[in-house]
Design a protein around this ligand. Structure first.
Ligand code: ATP
Length: 861
């Protein structure tokens, strides 16, 4: 056995091997140690290998999914080795001692799950293959739980941001060409030969039975190479069987609002800062009534659009549901009944489906048809919804077949049978009648045995090992043991003895026969229905998508109605006009504690693009910065926004930077992270971008920090020319307003009242008057002794500042950014001129040395 185990383990060196032994999956050696620690189960041992006991642990097959879920969550991969023949077959093959043959039938990995218990219903589960090829990097992604496949191609610099948007559960890459992903997930390396564009194209053509991929979109070499690697990997983990793969769609980054990893996490789009969905933007917006709707909403918020027409189409659909609240409620009540069509379909195609999944297809498709009829009856349908109508219906034959074939609530386990409805197959009905009659006959037999033996306590029972048997209490056994009694002894239990009888044996055989044939018939119907569903896979997936889109539009409308949100107007020019804007998550949190959120305006345009925002700690600066970024994001995702009024000039990229946040996991210090991220903005932002900078520069010494903050703000203003909100505690930056004409000063208001600090969370024009740092520290409960001491130190510092002009002394005369660069260049030019005028052959070594001293002195000046 161990030899068989070790041979299988060799095929799965990087996975935990689940080795099937009867009703258990057993793990051995290091796998057992690792799994026992993760699962907190007992580690035992079995036999010996190389003179030492073999560590072992096991999980029962019927509960394996729960254990798998925990292992996958802990970052493990699992290989499932099943028995592929019965003990009887093994015996027939090679005698009684022959080992049952086992094979790895599947690898379970984080990115290739289909089971409901292993997946989060409201979150997609994406596997991404990344392939750098000929100067570009292809990304192929698939959500194996729904079959949705997307192909993208990027310049190397954009790959990290694209992966941050995709948020994969698993990443694969060729083993000879790794690329930076910024992801915390370690990439799984696969043979480079698997990532071939030619192979990728051939596989896709073959999979979808088409002569050209043009109908799906246009894919470059890099994207096709990634697709090839993806398909090869799926084949590997499925041990030759591919999951559902819908026709690929091309996605370019041009039509999406770009956000990098740092921006996403600082805006807490999908995950809140502390980890998890609670407190994130998605959690705050999501009012979808189906898992598929929630997944699509998460996608929308992760990948907002840049194309005004598409955004408007989504907004009009939301408006329709906002304006018709009763209709919205009606639709949402119906959608609430919708099963997860896409995931049921994917399980069926992957060969892991159940009768319940077929029942879900029936119910979901039926609901699609009903919704279509209801919507088509209206005369005010927005274009986006109109476009969904053909996808909602059109499964007449399949639905008909499923309706007549299945019982109302089919079971999740097909092995027990009983899911095919009566009347669907007369042969099956007859077999069931035979079995039923047999069971009735057994009840009659029981009575006749009682009568003939005079044992009232005699019972006919059934179990999976013995089948049917007669059982009497121990004290009556003697009579039945007699050779002429007509009963044969089978088993003696504590207090009871079990027997067989010819009549019972014959009846049991009849039942077993009919039952066995019924099982075979049901299995055949199941396979037939699954095959029919698979043939319509694409159309079913379309219906699933349409249902999800309806749910998202109605859910967005529900959210807007609950929060009194407004439909944003879109503009082409560089502007942002928000009246009464709020931060959705902070507002929701305040409402929970019966607090009130103070709405604030933000008005940016080409003549006033950069706002420097000062004011006390806890005053609401960060909240204000983020709320404006979120309002843009929500609008471009096609939803209403938390404001009284909003007009938004479309944005191509959002950048959000918060000074001083450690990423020690990546080996970067606080300040290093801050600077790396700021560098990314300065090189990638365009005039169409929206940038929020929250106390950039605070991670280093005051002088360095101020100098950097100054230079960054100047660069954003002069060189990039984008819309930017910049929160800072450096009062000295206010001087920038004198030299930057599209930069203005603002502050969050606070008052000290009877010695107490009152934060108003209200934004006002003009510079901040003071910091209130000590007042905030007092609010935070710093000991009075420390506060008093700090007050003394502050007094001294302020005296010094008054005398010398403080930190910013001299900044008044600082030339502008461009002028500073010019000065550097001018100096270079005078040096160059001097060098050019030298006649090196005509000067003495001593003169040469003097000249060199002069030049270096000048260069250093
Ligand atoms: N507009 C608002 N209305 C009501 N409460 C608000 C508002 N803005 C912020 N707050 C409250 O104030 C808290 C602090 O806000 P925020 O973090 O934005 O302050 P800050 O000025 O950035 O502080 P620091 O300078 O210390 O980073 C928030 O958690 C929230 O509870």
């Amino acid at each position: 056995m161990l030899a068989q185990y070790l041979a299988l383990k060799e095929q799965a060196p990087d996975s935990l091997l689940f080795y099937r032994m009867g009703d258990f999956f057993e793990l051995f050696f290091d796998d057992a140690r690792h799994a026992a620690a993760v699962l907190d189960i007992a580690l035992t041992s079995r036999g010996e290998h190389a003179g030492a006991p073999v560590p072992m642990c096991g999980v029962p097959v019927h509960a394996a999914e729960q254990y798998l879920a925990r292992l996958i969550r802990a970052g493990c991969r699992v290989a499932i080795a099943e028995q592929v023949e019965s003990p009887a077959e093994a015996k027939a093959r090679g005698g009684t001692k022959t080992l049952v043959r086992r094979e790895i039938v599947r690898f379970v990995t984080a990115g290739t799950l289909t089971e409901d218990t292993l997946l989060d219903a409201r979150r997609a589960n994406v596997l991404a293959a990344v392939a750098p090829l000929r100067g570009r990097t292809g990304i192929a992604c698939v959500d194996v739980s729904t079959g949705e496949m997307l192909l993208e191609s990027h310049l190397a610099g954009d790959v990290a941001a694209a992966l941050a948007r995709i948020d994969p559960a698993e990443i694969i890459m060729p083993d000879d060409r790794r690329c930076e992903t910024d992801s915390d997930l370690p990439a799984i390396l696969r043979p480079a030969a698997h990532f071939s564009a030619r192979e990728g194209k051939a596989r896709l053509l073959d999979l979808h039975g088409v002569a050209t991929l043009d109908g799906f979109g246009s894919f470059d070499t890099a994207a096709l190479g990634a697709a090839s690697g993806l398909i090869a990997y799926l084949e590997h983990v499925g041990c030759g069987r591919l999951p559902l793969l819908l026709p690929p769609r091309a996605r370019g980054s041009d039509d999406l609002l770009m956000m990098d990893e740092a921006t996403r996490s600082s805006l807490e789009i999908v995950e809140a800062a502390g980890g998890g969905r609670k407190g994130s933007l998605v959690a705050c917006i999501d009012r979808c009534v189906t898992g598929a709707g929630a997944r699509l909403l998460t996608h929308d918020l992760s990948a907002p659009l840049t194309d005004a027409a598409n955004i408007r189409a989504r907004l009009h659909a939301v408006r329709w549901f906002v304006d018709n609240p009763l209709w919205r409620e009606d639709m949402r009540t119906m959608l609430r009944q919708a099963p997860d069509l896409a995931r049921a379909l994917a399980r069926l195609v992957a060969g892991r489906g159940s009768p319940r999944d077929l029942g879900q297809l029936r119910d979901g498709l039926l609901l699609g048809g009903t919704l279509r009829e209801r919507i088509a009856g209206r005369d005010d349908i927005p274009a986006l919804v109109e476009g969904l109508l053909p996808d909602l219906a059109g499964h007449h034959d399949l639905v008909g077949a499923l309706q007549s074939a299945l019982i109302e609530h089919p079971p999740a386990d097909r092995s027990q049978g009983g899911f095919i409805a009566e009347g669907y197959d007369t042969g099956l009905d007859e077999l069931r009648i035979t079995a039923r009659q047999g069971r009735r006959a057994i009840a009659t037999l029981e009575q006749s045995f009682r009568d003939s033996t005079n044992i009232a306590a005699l019972k006919i029972r059934h179990n999976n090992v013995l089948g049917y048997f007669i059982e009497v209490p121990q004290r009556h056994a003697e009579a039945l043991m007699q050779p002429a009694s007509g009963f044969t002894h089978r088993q003696t239990m504590k207090g009871a003895v079990r027997f067989n009888a010819v009549a019972l044996h014959e009846e049991a055989a009849r039942i077993a026969e009919a039952g066995g044939r019924a099982e075979v018939a049901e299995a055949a119907h199941f396979e037939d229905l699954v095959a029919r569903a698979c043939r319509s896979a694409e159309a079913i997936a379309q219906t699933a998508r349409a249902l999800a889109r309806l749910d998202v539009s109605a859910g967005q409308a529900e959210r807007a109605a609950q929060g009194g949100w407004t439909q944003p107007a879109l503009a082409d020019e560089i502007c942002l006009e928000i009246a009464g804007g709020r931060h959705p998550a902070v507002e929701a949190a305040l409402e929970e504690g019966s607090g009130r959120f103070v709405a604030n305006d933000c008005t940016l345009d080409n003549t006033d693009r950069v706002w420097l925002i000062g004011g006390p700690n806890m005053g609401g600066k960060s909240t204000f910065l983020r709320q404006n970024a979120l309002i843009i994001l929500l609008a471009q995702a096609g939803g209403f926004v938390p404001a009284q009024n909003a007009r938004i000039g479309l944005v191509d990229r959002i950048f959000s930077r918060v000074g001083a946040s450690d990423n020690l996991a990546k080996g970067r210090s606080t300040f290093m992270v801050e600077m790396v991220e700021t560098a990314a903005i300065l090189t990638q932002a365009t005039a169409r971008s929206f940038v929020i900078l929250d106390e950039v520069g605070r991670g280093t010494s005051t002088y360095d920090g101020l100098a950097l903050a100054w230079a960054v703000a100047e660069n954003v203003h002069d060189a990039i020319g984008c819309r930017c909100l910049f929160a800072t505690h450096y009062h000295e930056l206010a001087k920038l307003a004198e030299s930057c004409d599209a930069l203005s000063l603002h502050h969050v208001r606070a008052r000290e009242w009877k010695g107490e600090l009152v934060l108003l969370h209200e934004l006002s024009a003009g510079p901040a008057d003071r910091s209130y740092g000590l007042a905030v520290a007092r609010l935070a409960g710093l000991p009075q002794k420390v506060i008093s001491r700090a007050r003394v130190v502050l007094g001294r510092l302020e005296e010094g500042r008054a005398r010398t002009g403080g930190l910013a002394a001299g900044l008044g005369e600082l030339p502008l950014f461009a002028a500073a660069e010019q000065a550097e260049e001018d100096q270079c030019d005078t040096l160059r001129e001097k060098l050019q005028s030298l006649n090196v052959d005509a000067i003495t070594p001593k003169d040469a040395l003097d000249i060199l001293y002069d030049l270096t002195r000048e260069a250093r000046a």
